[in-house]
Design a protein. Structure first.
Length: 132
């Protein structure tokens, strides 16, 4: 009853919209496709680096957290079939997923980026990388 309503209200709005400029900046950051992508095995994990950015170290099966301007992200990475799936979840707000899948037929790497936000349709960008 009333306690549940008060608890829900105390958590704040489920859908809080950022301003247009903030949303645009966030989406550009998340969906900009690097021209070059470097994946390198390091021990049990992988280092993923694109276009001179800092390398991200991913250890599949080992979750961790990161605090940034959007809040606290719970980051998970796991193998799903032969694809590596990296997800960042900000609770009831935003979630981001990247999938790295090697295509057997032509040895290209298919990278899929997805953005989920309350009040928006799913955004998905697919990029194909060739080994050089």
């Amino acid at each position: 009853g009333r306690i549940e309503v008060e608890m829900e209200r105390s958590l704040g709005p489920i859908h809080d919209r950022p301003g247009r400029a903030a949303l645009r900046s966030e989406l550009l950051l998340r969906l900009t496709v690097p021209q070059k992508l470097n994946l390198e095995g390091r021990g049990e994990g992988l280092a993923i680096q694109g276009d001179g950015s800092l390398a991200r170290r991913i250890v599949p099966g080992t979750p961790h957290s990161r605090v940034d301007a959007n809040g606290t992200a719970k980051i998970r990475s796991n193998w799903k079939s032969s694809a590596l799936v990296v997800s960042e979840d900000y609770g009831r707000r935003n979630s981001y997923t990247e999938t790295y899948a090697l295509q057997r037929k032509d040895a290209t790497l298919l990278v899929t980026r997805e953005v989920r936000r309350p009040g928006m349709k799913l955004l998905r960008i697919r990029s194909v990388y060739r080994r050089i």
